[in-house]
Write a protein that binds this ligand. Structure first.
Ligand code: COA
Length: 262
């Protein structure tokens, strides 16, 4: 039986495309795929060639239909569900805490664990065909805290409860209105808009983006306090960086900056 796979490719511009590849199951994530995704994000987070990580579903029909339900009787039983939750938690934390900026590029279905994955990315964009749902109440399971926290932080308590209590499927337009997405793009221009977005991120100053990522995460963690030492350190590091000098020099010289991440 197919368990799918995660594969990736780093483009010369520094765009690391990561593919969720299990089309026979609408890109459902098997246990093996969660493990591969964790490894992939770990590797890319440490790879200087990767400037931005973009996660997408192979084939364009689905981003991800959630965890592979056919494996639940094996990997998500009363006896071992904690192990499954720990693997998915580690994967999503790895994404949320990656020093690289992350983008979820969503086409087609984005359901359950697939939506949780997308919620762990910094920016979510979708094409107009995308459909979203959180069906744990239909399957009789409940999400652990980290998944609820990502959701509530993106859409607020009202929309989170609406989605989880009803398990209703919503359109890309509704998802945009709920705050789940940064943008919805027409299907025929999605690919070019995605490349343009990823390029805009990849050419910008890595330290600046990293400080912003940690800063925004710390606002969420501490309810408004942004004085977390790691964050303050990164903000200061930006000011003493070569990239900061390069950015301001390029502006004055009316040319594109070339950033090095130092
Ligand atoms: N896990 C395992 N298999 C899945 C799956 C999942 N999360 N999602 C889809 N599949 C499989 C289907 O069982 C079907 O397999 P089959 O061809 O052997 O019958 C195949 O993918 C195609 O799905 P199908 O339901 O026929 O396509 P559809 O276009 O009618 O509907 C979905 C697609 C994604 C809306 C529907 O399959 C679905 O609701 N999936 C479950 C989503 C879910 O509850 N996810 C949360 C998991 S925590």
């Amino acid at each position: 039986m197919t368990t799918g796979r995660i594969h990736h490719q780093i483009l010369p511009a520094g765009i690391a495309n990561v593919f969720i590849d299990n089309p026979a199951k609408k890109n459902a994530m098997s246990f093996e795929m969660w493990t591969q995704l964790l490894d992939t994000i770990e590797q890319l987070s440490a790879n200087n060639a990767a400037k931005v990580i973009v996660i997408q579903g192979e084939g364009g029909e689905a981003f991800c239909s959630g965890a592979d339900i056919t494996q639940f009787s094996e990997v998500r039983t009363e006896a071992n569900s904690a192990q499954f939750d720990e693997l998915t938690r580690l994967t999503t934390v790895q994404l949320s805490k990656s020093p690289k900026p992350t983008v979820a590029a969503i086409r087609g279905y984005c359901l359950g664990g697939g939506l949780n994955l997308a919620l762990s990315c910094d920016i979510r964009i979708a094409d107009s065909t995308a459909r979203f749902a959180l069906p744990p109440a239909r399957l009789g399971i409940a999400y652990p805290g980290y998944a609820l926290s990502n959701l509530v932080s993106a859409v607020g308590e009202q929309a989170a409860k609406y989605l989880l209590y009803t398990a209703r499927r919503i359109t890309a337009a509704d998802a945009l209105e709920f705050g789940l997405l940064a943008r919805v793009i027409e299907a025929d221009s999605f690919e070019s808009e995605l490349i343009s977005l990823a390029n805009d991120i990849a050419v910008n100053a890595p330290l600046s983006i990293r400080a912003t990522k940690i800063g925004i995460a710390s606002i969420r963690a501490s309810d408004g306090t942004t004085e977390e030492p790691a964050f303050m350190e990164l903000v200061e590091k930006c000011y003493s960086s070569e990239d900061y000098r390069e950015g301001t020099a390029a502006f004055k010289e009316k040319r594109a900056p070339i950033f090095k991440g130092s």
